[in-house]
Design a protein around this ligand. Structure first.
Ligand code: ADP
Ligand code: MG
Length: 551
């Protein structure tokens, strides 16, 4: 093909046997050098790849092994190939899949070599017939790998997963092992803070819990119980760093990350203020009532939410989508939604203040709705009255100061509670026609902007405040999941959003395989919570019906 017009690459589409074993599949050849990269897959049979059954027996082990293999392949391959192997998190991703039979599929992008609009046949030959098969030989076969290193990777992920699954049975929302390294290298570098500067985590005796894990054995650490947990402490003492570790605790991490044994329940969602966001028919009346504009806050919409209403809507939406643990940091929360102290209550009468602060709702949220909260609040003592536990960060070491806080709470602040119950959330029915991934040319258009956003059809979804999205691949995964939810009729215009998410969860549980049916592309599988958060930020979203809880 050397010198032929670029379009002839298309004739490579199909399966090619590799001499050393395995099959190279050209899934999609690009039509010109400037089109999105071609898609290539390499398939190895289970016996060929040779991984012992112990490494491929369960979905978790397969996910971990696949992540390991993708990282190996990335290390072996250079341009024109690109392997999407991810960062510190071990996510289920399209780039590598291990089947229950031990088979291995590596999916990668390649910019097929050209000179202008002509095929560079020699370069293509070097890449496809030599570099790729060589890399496959070195990266995807059990025999070629350091068996101990593979085992350690898989065991690490299995331990984190087991830890996370054990939490509900122990009445915990999160657990951080002693010795964990929580601070990161920098705000833009997710690797652990190095150079001996990180202070390893320690557990206060009152909260020390031991958990038996399949590989690490008995580990000791701080268990955060269900209920309302307040994290206090001076500025720079490590409060936000702890909370961020809990946010990231819904994901598994690579060995050496420092957060391998810092886990939060899978239904943990970070909430923050996000002024300017759109809100579609959210029931925020628990937080907001009698607006000066006279709007109905049980059916509240806006194109431009304030800090407080955006946070109220995000919180209610998270609960609607199934969150059972909420994380809130004072650094990113709307103060007037969080607190209203005695003096302000005296100065501004209740009927002049539309907002009910979270401090008066957080207890009922747990007692009546079963949703726990972990809250960082160093700037106001009012939460001491409503917290089940108070943890103080002191020079990066947590201390249980619940007893001291209780003693302080004996002296009344003069505040009066402004609410006594968090009402059941109202469920929304989404109009599927308003969730359209088609671009102007009619073809589906899903493109990430790092972890900050997503082009979905004709719109950009702002994901900057959906902070648990940890990998650009998840943004693509969210887009594909939304498309799948519409295509498969999960969003059918009758079912509630929560019921549609239950159905979507089954597709997501099948891992990347489910979303690969939408499109062969690089992506990572998101949680239902991030899919729902993105949907709620889609500017075209229409809610066609509301259902009261129990109805
Ligand atoms: P706070 O929220 O209490 O003001 P942060 O969590 O933002 O404090 O932490 C302040 C600084 O201390 C950050 O630069 C963070 O990386 C660093 N830090 C946090 N925890 C540790 C730790 N365990 N060891 C070393 N540095 C830490
Ligand atoms: Mg902070």
């Amino acid at each position: 093909m050397d010198g032929a017009s670029y379009g002839r690459y298309k004739s490579l589409a199909g399966e090619w046997r590799l001499d050393g074993g395995g099959v190279l599949e050209v899934v999609r050849a690009q039509s010109d050098p400037f089109a999105p990269p071609s898609r290539i897959a390499v398939h190895l049979g289970g016996e060929e790849a040779g991984f012992p059954a112990a490494l491929t027996e369960t979905p978790v082990r397969r996910r971990a092994l696949a992540s390991y293999l993708a990282r190996r392949a990335r290390a072996e391959l250079r341009a024109p190939f690109r392997v999407d192997a991810g960062g510190q998190q071990v996510l289920d991703r399209a780039s590598c899949q291990v089947g229950a039979d031990g088979s291995v599929t590596l999916r990668l992008g390649a910019e097929l070599p050209g000179r202008g609009r002509r095929i560079d046949g020699r370069a293509a030959e070097r890449a496809l017939c030599r570099a790729l098969p060589d890399a496959v030989d070195r990266a995807l076969y059990h025999d070629a790998l350091d068996a101990k290193d593979v085992q350690r990777f898989v065991d690490t992920v299995e331990d984190t997963d087991a830890l996370r699954r054990a939490l509900p049975g122990l009445g915990l929302v999160a657990f951080v092992a002693e010795g964990a390294i929580l601070p990161r290298a920098s705000g833009v570098d997710d690797r652990p803070l190095g150079g001996g500067r990180a202070v390893p985590f320690t557990a206060p005796p009152e909260l020390r819990t031991e958990i038996e894990l399949p590989h690490a054995g008995r580990v000791s650490g701080m268990g955060i119980p269900e209920g309302v947990t307040l994290i206090v402490g001076g500025g720079f003492h490590g409060k936000s760093t702890l909370l961020r570790a809990l946010e990231a605790g819904v994901w598994d991490h690579v060995p050496g990350d420092g957060r391998e044994l810092a886990a939060a329940r899978a239904d943990t969602v970070k909430i923050r203020a996000e002024d300017g966001r759109r809100v579609q028919r959210s029931d925020v009346h628990a937080f907001v009532d009698h607006l000066p504009s006279g709007g109905d806050t049980a059916d509240f919409s806006t194109e431009n939410a304030s800090g407080s209403t955006s946070q109220a809507a995000s919180l209610v939406e998270a609960v609607e989508a199934g969150a059972r643990v909420l994380l809130i940091d004072e650094d990113t929360a709307a103060t007037n939604l969080m607190i209203r102290d005695a003096r302000m209550q005296a100065l501004v009468a209740k009927d002049r203040e539309p907002l009910t602060p979270f401090v008066d709702l957080v207890r009922s949220l747990h007692r009546d709705r079963g949703v726990s909260t972990v809250l960082v609040m160093g700037g106001s003592g009012d939460y001491i009255d409503v917290a089940d536990r108070v943890v103080m960060m002191d020079a990066y070491h947590p201390e249980d100061v619940t007893a001291r806080a209780r003693a302080l709470a004996e002296t009344p602040t003069g505040r009066t509670a402004e609410a006594d119950a968090f009402p059941p959330v109202r469920h929304r029915v989404v109009d599927p026609a308003s969730v359209d991934s088609a671009g102007r040319k009619g073809r589906s258009r899903i493109r990430p902007h790092g972890t900050d956003g997503l082009t979905f059809g004709e719109q950009d979804i702002d994901l900057r405040s959906v902070e648990q999205i940890t990998d650009p691949g998840q943004a693509v995964g969210i887009g594909l999941a939304l498309e799948l939810a519409v295509r498969r009729g999960h969003l059918d215009g009758r079912r509630t959003l929560a019921a549609a998410l239950d159905l979507l969860d089954r597709d997501l549980a099948a891992g990347a395989a489910g979303l690969l049916r939408v499109r062969d592309e690089d992506f990572a599988v998101p949680r239902r919570h991030e899919v729902a958060a993105a949907l709620n930020r889609l500017r075209s979203l229409r809610v066609s019906g509301l259902r009261d809880a129990g109805a």
